[in-house]
Write a protein that binds this ligand. Structure first.
Ligand code: GLN
Length: 536
């Protein structure tokens, strides 16, 4: 038995209120007060993990060091807290049912009827406490996905009710996030939706301990008192959360409202040490006072939904601040790019990033973008599929292998410069079977990447099935594209760059997953530096 305290974050009224950011901000504040903390997300859908989801469904799939394919909120948790998350930090209904059903098949419940209560709720409680039971955390914050009232959220709310009963309210509290809408015709903020969502929560036996109210207008004391009265909390437990200029303002806003204070107070934890947010605020200052501006083209096929590239755009914000530069992103749909219109579409850009992706939709557009920036000496950053497209473009237009392609894009590829990895050849299942998570890479000294990392050995996160085909390495290197980062054990090419170009780097891994506010990713920082130089 250890003393880990639990905070559950639920959402009411509507989705998209920013539970993940509130959870991350609360975590940041208690971390600054000296507590060790982690955040977990429970997702009420049936997929085992979001790895098989199209980005249009829930945005980017975020990958952890241990190779878990997770919800993009975990990216926020890492960017705010600067500590890695793991498989245990994201659990879906699918995974819960899968383990209960596996146990049933093994005979672990022999003789019993297996039911939502207690078996599913027990599994949920077990998953919540796995993090606490490591003994590594003073506080575990668990965000319950979905909205109170959804059918699929019910077992989670019941698990929270049971845990609160088992652990006591001084060890497990509920922070409920709701919306307080403003009716402009009436000129009034409305508390009824919040009252209703709290009522729904109470019908399941859970009383919120703290209310965080999203609003576009100041929630005055009279309204706070009303919300408190009808929702059974104290006035100081009603926290307003106004729209922020940037998500990185939210920790300060929550501190000003006393969110961390009321949470710690309820958990009977000391509030003596104040959060200082020194490094955090230094970042904010640079972020809000840039001395230069650059424009970067982000070429991808999911650009209609910016959340599909969440970690990349956040990494630009971190790297921009490090360079005191505002990074504007121009979203470019790869399907709309052709060799003929590339010059027009990419006109005025100071740098181009070609994004990760799967399948052949839009790849010729990506290749056109690469050709244009390579020939015109515009800084280029290719990530995963973006790196593979850079290799294909180079093979076709410089080496002269005119039909070069990736075997992902069809059968009978004449020059398969990108090839399915050997260990992938027998893989038939789609879920969780890619080359995932952290793998080592050794950098060539005297390269742009070595200059950025200032280290010979790095570890980065992956999510791919295809790789640089080493049969073409000699030919490609002789023509001027060098493999400057390689897996020391397997020889898999992790990085390619063109030395004669101002900044042309393609990486097989995903550097964006490891960029945080306090540790902006060195490659992004270096890329923005090159972009800035190019812009002048
Ligand atoms: N589709 C490519 C592969 O599987 C690239 C994957 C990615 O961009 N994440 O290798």
């Amino acid at each position: 038995m250890n003393n880990t305290k639990y905070v559950f974050v639920t959402g009411g009224v509507t989705s998209s209120l920013g539970k993940g950011i509130i959870a991350a901000s609360l975590a940041k504040l208690v971390q600054e007060r000296g507590y060790s903390v982690t955040i977990q997300k429970l997702d009420p859908y049936i997929n085992i993990d979001p790895g098989t989801l199209n980005p249009y469904e829930h945005g980017e799939c975020y990958v952890t060091d241990d190779g878990a394919e997770t919800d993009l909120d975990l990216g926020h948790y890492e960017r705010f807290l600067n500590i890695p998350t793991s498989q245990a930090n994201n659990v879906t209904t699918g995974r819960i049912y899968q383990s209960v059903i596996n146990k049933e098949r093994k005979g672990e419940f022999l003789g019993k009827t297996v039911q939502v209560i207690p078996h599913i709720t027990d599994e949920i409680k077990h998953r919540i406490q796995i993090l606490g039971n490591t003994g590594d955390y003073d506080i575990v914050i668990t965000e319950i996905g979905g909205t109170i009232g959804d059918i699929e959220s019910l077992p989670y709310v019941e698990a929270v009710r049971q845990l609160q009963w088992e652990l006591g309210e001084e060890n497990a509290i509920v922070v409920h996030l709701t919306l307080v809408p403003y009716l402009s015709a009436a000129g009034e903020l409305k508390t009824k939706p919040t009252q209703h969502s709290v009522k729904l929560l109470m019908q399941s036996g859970v009383s919120p301990n703290v209310l965080v109210c999203r609003s576009e207008h100041e929630i005055n004391d009279t309204i706070k008192r009303k919300l408190a009265l009808f929702c059974n909390v104290k006035k100081q437990d009603v926290i307003q959360s106004l729209d922020a200029e940037t998500i990185y303002d939210v920790p300060n806003l929550m501190f000003n409202q006393g969110l961390d204070y009321v949470v710690l107070d309820k958990l009977r934890l000391s509030t003596r040490k104040q959060p200082k947010l020194k490094a955090w605020n230094a970042f904010l200052k640079k972020h809000k006072n840039p001395v230069s501006t650059v424009e970067i083209g982000l070429v991808g096929k999911y650009v209609e939904l910016h959340d599909s590239y969440k970690s990349i755009t956040e990494a630009f914000i971190h790297a921009g601040a490090a360079n005191k530069t505002k990074v504007n992103v121009r979203w470019i749909h790869s399907e709309e790019l052709t060799p003929e219109n590339a010059a027009d579409q990419l006109k005025g850009l100071n740098g181009v990033l070609v994004a990760p992706g799967f399948g052949d939709r839009g790849i010729e557009g990506k290749i056109s973008a690469v050709q244009y920036v390579r020939e015109n000496n515009i800084p280029f950053f290719g990530i995963c599929l973006g790196m593979q497209m850079a290799v294909i473009e180079f093979a076709r237009n410089v080496v002269g292998l005119s039909d070069a392609n990736s075997t992902e894009m069809g059968d009978n590829i004449k020059y398969p410069v990108i090839n399915l990895m050997e260990e992938q050849k027998d893989v038939t299942e789609k879920g969780g079977t890619m080359r995932l998570g952290a793998w080592d890479c050794q950098l060539t000294q005297d390269s742009k990447v070595f200059n950025a990392y200032k280290e010979e050995f790095i570890s980065e996160r992956h999510r791919h099935r295809y790789e640089f085909n080493n049969n073409y390495k000699k030919q490609i290197e002789e023509a001027g594209m060098k493999a400057t980062g390689v897996n020391p054990k397997t020889g898999l090419v992790e990085i390619v760059e063109i030395a004669s170009h101002p900044w042309f780097v393609g990486v097989q891994y995903h550097p964006e997953y490891k960029s945080t506010v306090l540790n902006p990713h060195p490659l992004f920082v270096n890329f923005i530096k090159a972009v800035l130089k190019h812009s002048k």
